[in-house]
Design a protein around this ligand. Sequence first.
Ligand code: WTA
Length: 653
Amino acid sequence: MAEENTGLSNLLHEERHFPPSDEFARHAVAGAELYDQAKSDRLGFWADWSRKLLTWDTDFTETLDWSDAPTASWFVGGKLNAAYNCVDRHVEAGNGDRVAIHFEGEPGDTRTITYSDLQREVNKAANAFADLGVGAGDRVAIYMPMIPETVFAMLACARLGAPHSVVFGGYSADALNSRILDAEAKLVITADGGYRRGAPSSLKPAVDDALASGAPSVTNVVVVRRTGEEMTMTEGRDLWWHDVVDSASDQHACEAMDSEHPLFILYTSGTTGKPKGIVHTTGGYLTQCAYTHKNVFDLHPESDVYWCSADVGWVTGHSYIVYGPLANGATQVMYEGTPDTPHKGRWWEIVEKYGVSILYTAPTAIRTCMKWGEDIPAKYDLSSLRVLGSVGEPINPEAWIWYRHVIGGDRTPVVDTWWQTETGAIMISPLPGVTDAKPGSAQVPLPGISADVVDDEGDPVPDGGGGYLVLTEPWPSMLRGIWKNPERFKETYWSRFPGIYFAGDGAKKDEDGDIWLLGRVDDVMNVSGHRLSTTEIESALVSHEKVAEAAVVGAADATSGQAVVAFVILRGTASDSGDALVKELRDHVAHEIGGIAKPRRILVVSELPKTRSGKIMRRLLQDVAENREVGDASTLADSSVMDLIQEGLKTAK
Ligand code: WTA
């Protein structure tokens, strides 16, 4: 791959570097010595952090048991309760009055939840769920909007040792049904709905449909009243949260769970149609969530206000809204709605209002804000921000620079964090007080993590080379398997390169050995025998001043194998979309990368098809690029986008 990949010059010649300021480095939680400590005794390093960050009921006797590889056991023999670690111990330590969650509802309603409040709410929910027959090992499906009860419900499950399976509220009834069936959930927690784009968006009717399709394991549904919309309650099955939880006792003695007790299942899509139930357990997962949240975001829990804009329905919400921040006793903002409701400055208004100091979001959100224009964030006081994080997809250097400049006032470190549902927590990322940051690169495995880039044979590539990202040593928050499917677990992650974990991402090492993520390997194109990364061409397009967002696909071509087709959204101020602009953009790509990467076609569109988690669905764009009928668009956040794109292209012709 290395030799063939002719097109990475623009990424690998990124010359802008951003070292932390002396001031930041002086007060940083994590210093460079962490790398040395981890190197000299990796397992000892993890054992120390685990004991330092968590409260164990029974100490562990062995740090890692890898004898049953690829299923790991971490902190063997130890016992702890995840909810106790996220809630009770902070109250016991005298921090009960510290705000755990500043909740901001989309309509503007707010709630302030201290750690003492959280303890009462979680205890009540745990008692209520136990009364409904939920005990250790039983699965609970959670299908909720972004409201505090979602966090209470997850922690109540953790308290009881009942693995939760959170299903993102944007999924359909069918998707919910298949996840409930696969996990054989006993209880479903939901709400009448939540607020999105200025209106109530219902959830309970989808639960009714999901259960009507048959879900024999479910005995009860607990429903939070959020929007007050009318809906049907099924007698004997459905119960109001305010009836069963509010009346329950706020005292609950929790039991310590084995370190390897399953904490949750989270379904994620793979290369096949059937989603995979990724299983995470307690001790290792919580250790790495707390460790990464503290060190990567430079968390000072007594003074920081942290905000992760993800939905709790994704792994980012699990690890960086619930388990990481709460284990660390952080104060955080939780926002229910969309960034442009009621106006496009909502996020920045929230940053100003709560004095947010650490912001963790996705490149797609950053590029959307770029599209809206920098005059919007400029209206707000963002001076409280100290650290900015990015996750979910490769961040192109221009978006990185914009994020640091416009949002971070050229002051804040930006941490580009690479990880996956499967890895449970951040794996590759700069440390904000240590790393000389390079826009667009996640750079280095965190202390204690071993990653590499290998070629087709599984041999590490030299600096300057490209190939596949692999993880070469087990890590505490690694998935313990795929629910009820051990074969698929081995086959998906451990068979491509025996003995090491195959992440499914393409990557390059630059001349300094820093890692650049290039997108899923399935997004790699082959144009006239040259391998090109979709990410790289997108990055080149977005570096043009008139482009806000770009998606690139490889369209089948009889001569060259694949041809590059680009879809671009122009910035708010750019109005021209004619031939001259298309030529300008093609030339720009040629200039940035080389003639080989020059898109065959560039289509100017007003929207891109994205899943509810913000990932661009290239498959659908590929259908357009190849003049085919557009395939299944049911997982799009907005299913009308494809019609809009096609209409727009017709009129443009
Ligand atoms: C991609 C989200 C580049 C990658 C936490 C990975 C990234 C997939 C980054 C996992 C990043 C995530 N740079 N690519 N910083 N972070 N990805 O399971 O392709 O929703 O394999 O987990 O997102 O997505 P998932």
